[in-house]
Write a protein of this length. Structure first.
Lengths: 137, 153, 180
């Protein structure tokens, strides 16, 4: 299989995100529809059920640099969240979060958002005390 | 990386040895299916004197599947959207494996010479084109000057 | 380095085990979607025939109001694609083979660009109406997804020449509706 270059890969992801055929529990789209470099994206994660995140919608910003998807994107929570893998001053997802640390070229922004959602639902994290809803970093 | 089909090698050689006037296409060193392309704006069109950068990728199924092509230079055109995606039938339903990189790029150059606002990809641009063709063309010329200026040799 | 598919495979597996409940929900959604799609496409194909189909026409109208336009468009497109989809598997194999003796050294397949005579035992076939020649192998792949001649767009299952493609690149065909 040949390597799909960054831009064409991002166009594929954009189309999938626009059509809404991905899972309902997360969504993503270009932050600026004029940005021909397709660097900045917005994402949302619907908090997983049976956890303190239930019914919350988390906003994130995703930055796909020039080496994406060979290198992982930079992901930052805009909505405040208490999660060990999230820097509590900046909202940035730490680069040692397993999906970022063990990043593979086949991973997509969707992979990342779904994995973060799973992280919220782990036994260790699901009952963590959360900040008031609607606060931002 | 998997070996490159003979056809792609032959097409690439010919693009270099016998280039199409006004068009260049060169594969990236680290991905021979990924080309950087330039197309000169056709004479007598609002894109005249502009040089437009594009990128082209030959998917695994090429030539059974069409190449993927996108403008990297901003362009005001009813069939090209803000992300540079192109609405052109030979890139979609009317693809044939007897077409080639060369013919695709010529079709794109022809699309610059004759925009089709009745089958738009960029709706706002198409609307402008239909309502106020002269104004739209003036804007296309302005964008060409702004974004597609030829580099001094 | 592992391939895209291998990586995908691994990813899929780990996902399946970790998220069974969600997968089954997703599965259900997909089923509902495909049932709706079937309804829509069935009505769409019978409803257009006019008389005697007023029930399905009405249902189609109702469905159309319920479904987002983008989805309808996509499903209609899918129907079109289905119609245009390839020839029966046996078609390419049944085409007349070309004797090696009539091939010139410069003759080549316009799909793979290989000169037929480079192969000691070339398998070259000719399409029935337009007489364009191709490697059997190349043409088979193409005809599994299309019913047109790569060179002239002749509908190989019928007798209709749709339009000539100029591969000499001397000039562009503007009238086969360039805009997609």
């Amino acid at each position: 299989m040949s390597k799909v270059p960054r831009n064409f890969r991002l166009l594929e992801e954009l189309e999938k995100g626009e059509k809404g055929f991905g899972p309902e529990s997360c969504s993503y789209g270009l932050a600026d529809s004029d940005d021909i470099t397709m660097t900045k994206w917005n994402g949302t994660i619907l908090g997983p059920p049976h956890s303190n995140h239930e019914n919350r919608i988390y906003s994130l910003s995703i930055e796909c640099g020039p080496n994406y998807p060979d290198s992982p994107p930079k992901v930052t929570f805009i909505s405040k969240i208490n999660l060990p893998c999230v820097n509590q001053t900046t909202g940035e997802v730490q680069t040692d979060f397993h999906t970022l640390r063990d990043w593979k070229r086949a991973y997509t922004m969707e992979t990342l958002l779904l994995d973060l959602r799973k992280e919220m639902a782990t036994p260790a994290n699901k009952k963590l005390r959360q900040p008031k809803e609607g606060e931002t970093f | 990386m998997a070996s490159l089909p003979k056809r792609i090698i032959k097409e690439t050689e010919k693009l270099v040895s016998d280039p199409v006037p006004g068009i260049t296409a060169e594969p990236h060193d680290d991905n021979l299916r990924y080309f950087q392309v330039t197309i000169e704006g056709p004479e007598q069109s609002p894109y005249e004197d502009g040089v437009f950068k594009l990128e082209l990728f030959l998917p695994d199924d090429y030539p059974m599947e069409a190449p993927k092509v996108r403008f990297l230079t901003k362009i005001y055109h009813p069939n090209i959207d803000r992300l540079g995606r192109i609405c052109l039938d030979v890139l979609k339903t009317n693809w044939s494996p007897a077409l080639q990189i060369r013919t695709v790029l010529l079709s794109i150059q022809a699309l610059l010479a004759s925009p089709n606002p009745n089958d738009p990809l960029a709706n706002d641009v198409a609307e402008d084109w239909i309502k106020n063709e002269e104004g739209a063309k003036a804007k296309a010329r302005e964008w060409t000057k702004l974004y597609a200026k030829k580099k001094p040799e | 380095m592992s391939t895209y598919e291998e990586e995908h495979g691994i990813q899929q597996n780990s996902r399946d085990t970790r998220e069974t409940r969600e997968t089954s929900q997703e599965e259900q959604r997909r089923q509902v979607r495909s049932q709706l799609q079937e309804l829509f496409q069935n009505f769409g194909s019978t409803g257009g025939e006019g008389n005697g189909h007023s029930d399905s026409t009405l249902l189609l109208q109702l469905l159309s109001q319920l479904l987002p336009e983008s989805l309808q468009e996509e499903w209609l497109q899918e129907m079109d694609n289905g119609k245009n989809k390839g020839c029966p598997d046996t078609f390419a194999a049944s085409l007349p083979r070309i004797n090696k003796k009539v091939l010139k050294p410069s003759d080549n397949c316009s799909i793979c660009y290989t000169n037929y005579l480079e192969d000691k035992y070339p398998l070259v076939v000719e399409l029935p109406h337009c007489h364009h020649k191709f490697d059997l192998e190349c043409l088979s792949v193409w005809l599994s997804r299309s019913t047109t001649c790569p060179l002239c767009r002749d509908d190989v299952m019928g007798h209709r020449v749709i339009n000539e493609i100029d591969t000499t690149e001397a000039e562009l065909e503007e009238d086969w509706g360039m805009y997609g």
